[in-house]
Design a protein around this ligand. Structure first.
Ligand code: ARG
Length: 572
């Protein structure tokens, strides 16, 4: 596709000798209001060099422009210090639509895995604790980043860094022995493990000695005590069964489940390396790396009883991942409460003189609250994700029953829409923002929601079906681009043309929300186009020309939803 911005920069270069083409390119703006043209060039920066007021410069340059000499500009206008350019609409529509129809179902998705590996560490729930709404965010954001990087030509490697090691397992073993039984855990799964974990903390208030018992058990685990390890393995199995159910509902997969325990036999070497590099200081029996020069508390490497910590396992895992995958980037998706943890150990990697420390990226997200309450495991005030997903599907089923009872495949569509709605809502705003979960917002088919985007996609499919087209194998069209240059058509086409840039921006900022908001913009622009332009008209060439917009929109919406990890039913 032609890069009109670049062509404009080259065109302007001849008129502005004191700037390079790159400088001009960087200065070209895209006005927020279509009345101001498709591109605008501000002249403020030229004032010093040319010793004139910016509006005068803008006027003088505008006077030298003869738009007849280029095919892509249809108008130029000087307003104050700006020169506004209007693109040739027919050419613009032709370029974008030809591009989309050429790439077809792959539009926006650069397949090939040529750019190297990107490791994405997401979901990473803790064994024996339920998968809650907070983990949902990590799972869906990570899954979306996975797809976004693949769409840009990287090979994504999804790692579920399970929280399957640490002192909490000592607590769980003690709690199990004191308050539970084999039958109870087998029957009730994670909820029983959670019950006794919560109970442990309550009991510890009155009987603090059980804390020491728990620490001792964890030390035993680290030493390889088989009785303790058997229990730990069993807790893990029970938990994994429940996690897998949720991943299946969400349609999320991983390339590796190497969790914290995987690094047990690899940590000693890292501690030795830290000592060799003279980064370790012993403080009250604990080994720490001081980070005062970075204004941070020290990073704890081993406790005074020699046991490892969360950071020790992360440092070891990062080294392992670099050796195994030689990643271009290693991305960690967690709640922002872990900011300090990541800042600390990233710094430790830097101090170890690994130049790839700058390729470690923490992507923090805000909290999800429900009914005002914070979600935490300790107090037991958590909401099980599975229940939310099930409720979303049930509520969607009820909406479908009411709005479209004839729909075939109701069960399947309710799943795609209900779960898609929850996923979309999690990524609609910048991910650093907290979310107050609301059923009313999430399932509003007319709002800025997943169902609205899915519905628009289904509407495009239904038009294509009415036109007698096979959705799997869409034909090529004879298109008369001069017939599709009305305002609403140009507006949707401009949106479609932005897709690749949006994907790139989403990756650069680690923000799936860019894709979510883009999908809404496309859906809104399409619905305006659909409202303004009758599509299935008599005249064949006009009909096909408009159908080409419908087809291009269908490809774009489907792929945008895919990048968010959401299905696109063809009917709903
Ligand atoms: N298990 C942790 C939690 O649930 C998240 C782990 C994130 N990944 C990592 N490599 N630290 O809070």
């Amino acid at each position: 596709m032609r890069d009109f911005k670049l062509e404009l920069a080259s065109f302007l270069k001849d008129k502005i000798s004191c700037l390079s083409q790159e400088e001009i390119y960087a200065m070209i703006e895209i006005p927020t209001n279509d009345n101001m043209g498709d591109y605008a060039f501000p002249c403020f920066k030229l004032a010093k060099e040319l010793r004139k007021a910016p509006p005068i410069i803008a006027k003088e340059i505008t006077d030298t422009i003869d738009i007849e000499t280029v095919d892509f500009i249809s108008g130029v206008e000087n307003i104050n210090a700006y020169i506004n350019f209007f693109l040739n609409k027919t050419l613009l529509v032709q370029e974008v639509i030809t591009d989309v129809l050429k790439e077809k179902t792959n539009y926006g998705l650069e397949i090939g895995n040529k750019k190297g590996n990107v490791v994405i560490d997401y979901s990473s729930p803790n064994i024996a604790k339920p998968f809650h709404v907070g983990h949902l965010r990590s799972t869906v954001i990570g899954n979306s980043l996975y797809r976004i990087f693949e769409a840009l030509g990287y090979k994504s490697i999804g790692v579920n860094h399970l929280g399957d090691w640490g002192t909490q397992f000592g607590k769980l073993i003690v709690a199990y022995k004191k308050y539970s039984s084999k039958e109870a855990v087998e029957q009730k799964g994670i909820s029983e493990l959670l019950r006794i974990y919560v109970l442990f903390h309550e009991e510890a208030k009155n009987y603090p000695e059980i804390e020491q018992e728990a620490r001792d058990y964890f030390t035993e685990m680290e030493k390889g005590n088989e009785e303790a390890l058997d229990l730990w393995r069993w807790f893990k199995e029970v938990s994994m069964k429940e996690f897998e159910r949720v991943y299946k509902m969400l349609g999320v997969t991983f390339d590796s489940y190497n969790g914290e325990a995987f690094y047990n036999d690899k940590m000693a070497e890292v501690v030795r390396e830290l000592e060799d590099k003279e980064l370790i200081e012993v403080s009250e029996g604990a080994k720490i790396v001081r980070l005062e020069e970075s204004n941070m508390a020290p990073c704890l490497i081993t406790k005074n009883d020699g046991s490892s910590l969360y950071a020790t396992r992360d440092i070891t895992a990062a080294k392992y991942r670099k050796e195994t995958y030689d990643f271009k980037k290693c991305i960690y998706v967690t709640a922002l409460q872990q900011n300090l943890h990541f800042a600390q150990w990233f710094k430790v990697i830097e101090k170890m003189s690994y130049d790839w420390s700058s390729d470690l990226v923490h992507v923090p997200f805000g909290m999800v609250s429900m009914e005002g309450g914070k979600l935490s495991t300790r107090s037991g005030n958590i909401i099980f994700l599975e229940d939310i997903l099930k409720e979303a599907v049930d509520k969607t089923k009820a909406i479908i029953e009411e709005k479209n009872p004839q729909l075939p495949n109701k069960e399947e569509v309710a799943k795609q829409v209900g779960i898609g709605a929850v996923i979309f809502d999690d990524m609609y705003n910048n991910i650093i923002k907290d979310i107050q979960f609301s059923w009313e917002r999430v399932l509003n088919f007319d709002g800025e929601t997943g169902p609205y985007v899915q519905y628009t996609h289904a509407r495009a499919c239904s038009v294509l079906k009415k036109a007698g087209l096979n959705l799997e194998e869409l034909p090529s069209f004879d298109i008369d681009f001069t017939r599709i240059s009305d305002e609403a058509t140009v507006a949707i086409v401009k949106e479609l043309g932005k897709f690749k840039k949006i994907i790139k921006d989403a990756a650069d900022h680690y923000e799936p929300s860019y894709i979510a908001r883009y999908a809404i913009n496309v859906a809104q622009a399409f619905n305006k186009f659909y409202h303004d332009n009758p599509i299935l008209v008599e005249e064949e060439i006009l009909k096909n020309s408009r159908l080409s917009i419908v087809v291009a929109t269908k490809y774009t919406l489907k792929n945008a939803l895919y990048l968010l990890g959401i299905d696109a039913p063809t009917q709903m």
